[in-house]
Write a protein that binds this ligand. Structure first.
Ligand SMILES: [Zn+2]
Ligand SMILES: [Zn+2]
Length: 339
């Protein structure tokens, strides 16, 4: 079997790899598809280098079929179609004991701290598995992880039917938050500067504006009778997004910070006082978010095919990363790990 190895210095080498036999409590998965995530692009650019053992196999948004089951694994057998929730919490720290295992204080993120899915056969703990229904193709199955991110964000934002939600940033996660919030009955306005992503969002039925061309604050006020948004999601990770996010919510409105900021941004705390705003962080997902994502994906409520811009073979992972880096006409790129 083959794997795509990140060798550092923006270099990917695809070559033979010895499969890891599943140990106790583990399964070995024949990987079908793996999405390329913004996080993978950050790793490619040298971020979080201290967490990687080079050469490193990236990838955590995947689908596949179980190839082998280790001792002591119940409920799964070879041939089962699955996706992986790529979190390995310690189970013993205060966060884990408080029930916050997804943000364990010693969390291992599978695909960063341990080898990821961009390989033919991938061995992971069985507790990470979620079953994929037959109504979901394996291409769609590789989208479950980012959908689960969106489900978690929408849940943390306490989105309810009739809410007016603003999503700042229209990459795959911003679009998925918008779509998931709409399935919950929210009215959504998405802000994005990339023309391709704006057009695609509108094609998918999301009201979307370019904040460089429209006054977002004025627009939100106009559409909410002067009240402001019930909830704002900051997904752009930009200083401009942070500057705008505090000006959009209504009194006692919510802000959910989804983006990962490399440097501490400047935040207008006065707005929190003035409007009694609430700020919530949202990081990865819990098992129920994966189940919600699988439910939404499999009942056809999300236009997943439209979000998959292209599928490339494992050999072309490097090209896929370069394409994401260039931006432009791209949403989600999947890698076919069997090719
Ligand atoms: Zn990801
Ligand atoms: Zn822990």
């Amino acid at each position: 079997m083959r794997a795509a190895f990140f060798e550092g210095n923006q270099t990917i080498a695809v070559g033979p790899c010895v499969p890891v036999e599943p140990g106790p409590g583990e399964v070995q998965i024949q990987v079908a598809y793996c999405g390329i995530c913004g996080t993978d692009l950050h790793l490619f650019h040298g971020a979080m280098a201290h967490r990687l053992h080079l050469p490193h196999v990236m990838g955590h948004e995947m689908s596949g079929t179980i190839a082998a089951v280790g001792p002591g694994v119940d409920g799964y057998q070879p041939g089962d179609r699955v996706t992986v929730r790529p979190l390995d919490p310690c189970g013993a720290c205060p966060a884990c004991r408080a029930g916050h295992r997804h943000i364990c204080q010693n969390l291992k993120f599978i695909g960063i701290d341990t080898p990821g899915a961009l390989q033919g056969l991938w061995t992971v703990p069985a507790h990470t598995l979620h079953r994929l229904p037959v109504s979901l193709s394996l291409e769609q199955g590789a989208m479950v992880e980012p959908i689960a991110v969106a489900c978690h964000d929408v849940r943390m934002g306490e989105v309810e039917a009739g809410d007016y939600a603003v999503v700042i940033g229209g990459g795959p996660i911003g679009v998925l938050i918008s779509l998931v919030a709409q399935t919950r009955g929210a009215r959504v306005l998405m802000a994005e500067v990339n023309p391709f992503r704006l057009r695609l969002a509108r094609d998918l039925g999301i009201a979307a504006v370019n904040p460089a061309e429209a006054d977002l604050v004025a627009l939100v006020n106009e559409r909410t009778g002067g009240a402001g948004a019930d909830v704002v999601f900051e997904v752009s990770g930009s200083a401009a997004g942070v500057e705008t996010m505090t000006r959009l919510p209504r009194t006692r409105g919510r802000i959910v910070v989804v983006a990962i900021f490399g440097e501490a941004p400047k935040v207008d705390l006065f707005r929190f006082f003035w409007r009694e705003l609430r700020l919530t962080g949202a990081r990865v997902y819990e098992p129920e978010d994966f189940e919600a994502a699988i439910g939404l994906a499999s009942n056809g409520q999300l236009p997943l095919e439209r979000l998959i811009t292209m599928v490339v073979p494992l050999d072309r992972l490097g090209d896929g990363l370069r394409q994401l880096e260039r931006g432009g006409d791209v949403m989600k790129i999947l890698v076919n790990c069997a090719e």
